[in-house]
Each structure stands twice: as C-alpha cells, then as structure tokens.
Ligand binder design. Structure first.
Ligand code: ADP
Ligand code: MG
Length: 211
C-alpha cells in the first residue's frame, strides 16, 4: 500500500463523511452539540486541499499531513483526537514507500494509543475508542489467520461497525456526552459512527486497489 493508496483512502473517507454529514450531526445533536458532521466534513475537505497542495511521497507523510490539518482546522474534541490518531499512525509507518498489512496494523495500534493518550478514554466509555479498539484486534486476528489485505480490512471494518453500534447501550463517561449521564444511553456515539465510516472507506479502497 503506497502513498497513492493512502491518499485514495482519505479522499474516499471525505466523500462518505460529506454524504453522511447530516447523519453524524444528528447523532451529535442527541447527546452533544450537533457539530460532529460539520467538524469532520470541514476537516476532510481541508485534508483534500492540503494533499492537493503538498507533495506527500510516502504513506507516513500522507497521514501526518492529514493529522496536522485536522488539528489546525477542526475545533471540538474530534479534531485533535483524529489528528493525533492520523499523526501517530503516520509516524509509526516511518519513511517506508510501501506499507504492508503488518505495518498497517501497527499504525492502527499507534493511532489507538494516541487517541487514548490524549483523551484518556478506555473501552466501554462510549467514544471513538469503542470503535477503534475492536478494529485493532480484528486486524491482528486476521493477520494471524493469514488473511490478505482485502479480507483483513473487511474484518476490521466489520468489527468497527459492530463496536460503533455497541456504543448505543453504553453510558458516556468521556467527552461532552458524559454531561448527560444516564440520558446518554440509547444513542450511538457520533465519533464511533465516524470511525466506522473512515474504516469502511479503508476496506472499500483496499477492495478497489488491492493487486
Ligand atoms: P465536541 O464533543 O467537542 O463537540 P465532536 O462533536 O466533533 O466534538 O466529537 C465528539 C466525539 O468525540 C464523541 O462522539 C467521541 O467519540 C469523541 N470523544 C470525545 N471525547 C473523547 C475522549 N476523551 N476520548 C476519545 N474520544 C472522545
Ligand atoms: Mg460535538
């Protein structure tokens, strides 16, 4: 998976986020401040512009530019958290021109560690961590089962989607939704839903571009 692959992923993620912008914002309206779709649509559009204007020869440089862009352009909790995730993933890829599945799994693990370092959320607290953590586990399992990239990323995307839906029954203990206490139960976490979209885009791009 080369730099082109990672640019294609972020472009596809941006397209789906734009299409799901109102849905994400509605999820945030239920338990937050109704800006999650707006925040991410703005952020991914800024990523597209930055990638157009900047040379990014390696997968790591693509992800680091994307993460820095989110940090500088998106307010709210999700900009810094996703920005940290992408930057840590990019750093973990180093300056390799071609990331294999094992490197990709390690970068996803680094992304999760970055989010948890910044946001201090554990699994079960109704945040994007509840979507990202199962993805890391599923990807590692798929690799040890000998799956190729297409199959492994489909497994990861499936685990993320399940993880996002599992947030419905959780009470939020981190972020703005935690202010609602028990009233946060019964709604899908917007950040977990957007993580599912982003990982779904990774699965789809792997399906389209895998050799
Ligand atoms: P804000 O809450 O500042 O309005 P957004 O609406 O863009 O920011 O993003 C909200 C999402 O951010 C939540 O749904 C949750 O997934 C995620 N989030 C908030 N706080 C944390 C945290 N401490 N750790 C991990 N994720 C968090
Ligand atoms: Mg919000």
């Amino acid at each position: 998976m080369d730099a082109e692959f990672f640019r294609a992923w972020l472009t596809e993620a941006g397209t789906v986020i734009e299409a799901q912008r109102d849905h994400l914002t509605q999820l945030d309206a239920a338990i937050g401040d109704a800006d999650h779709g707006i925040n991410l649509a703005r952020g991914f559009s800024a990523i597209a512009t930055a990638l157009d204007q900047t040379a990014t020869p390696t997968p790591g440089s693509v992800l680091i530019l994307a993460g820095s862009t989110l940090i500088s352009k998106v307010g709210g909790a999700s900009g810094p958290l996703y920005g940290m995730a992408l930057r840590q993933a990019g750093k973990s890829l180093g300056d390799t021109a071609e990331a294999d599945l094992i490197a990709l799994a390690a970068s996803l693990e680094a992304a999760l560690a970055g989010v948890q370092k910044l946001g201090a959320a554990r699994e079960g607290e109704k945040t994007m961590v509840d979507a990202l953590a199962p993805a890391v586990g599923a990807l590692q399992q798929a690799i040890s089962d000998g799956a190729d990239a297409t199959v492994a990323l489909a497994a990861a995307a499936g685990a993320v989607a399940e993880g996002a839906l599992a947030t419905i029954s959780m009470q939020a203990l981190k972020g703005r939704a935690s202010y609602l206490g028990p009233r946060s139960v019964g709604h899908e976490d917007p950040g977990a839903a957007s993580t599912a979209i982003i990982m779904g885009a990774l699965r789809d791009v792997a399906r389209q571009l895998a050799p």
